[in-house]
Write a new protein. Sequence first.
Length: 160
Amino acid sequence: MDERRVRNLVKGWHQRSRIEGDLTTKFVFLWFCFNAWLAFESNEDTDREMINWLKDPRAAGSQLRSSFKLAAGSTVFSGHLKALAGYSPISSTGRRQRVVQIGSAEDFPDVVEGIYQVRCNLFHGGKEPGNPRDDKLVRVCALILEKWVGNLVASWRSSS
C-alpha cells in the first residue's frame, strides 16, 4: 500500500476512535492506526518484527518514535506511562509464557512491549471484561495510544 493510502486508513480509524466512548473499542481502533503505520514504516512482515524494529535504534527517524517523543513532553502522557509501568509485570496469556517488566516510564522499548503485550492478551482472549486490572491496563494503553497516534496524525496536517 502506498503512503497516501496508509495515511488515509490511519486517519479514518483515528477519527472513529475519537468518537468512541468505550475505551476498549477505542484501544482497538487506535491499535489499527498504530499497527498500519508501523507496518508501513518498518516494512516488516510480522507484528513481532515490526515491534522489534520500532524498539531498535535504526528506527530513530521513525514518525512513530517522533510522535512518542513529542507526547512524552506532556505531563498527562507521562502520567499514563507511569501508570502503565505501575501495572508491570504484564504477563502473556499464551502457551509461551512471556513477562514484560517496565522498569520506568522513560524506557521506550519496555513501554512498547507493555502496550503490545496488552494488545496480544486482548486480541487472543487473555483479557476479561469487568476484571479491574484488565480494564485498567486496556484503559491506560488506550490513553497512551490516543495521544501518540493523535500526534502522528497531527504531524501530517502540519507537514501538508
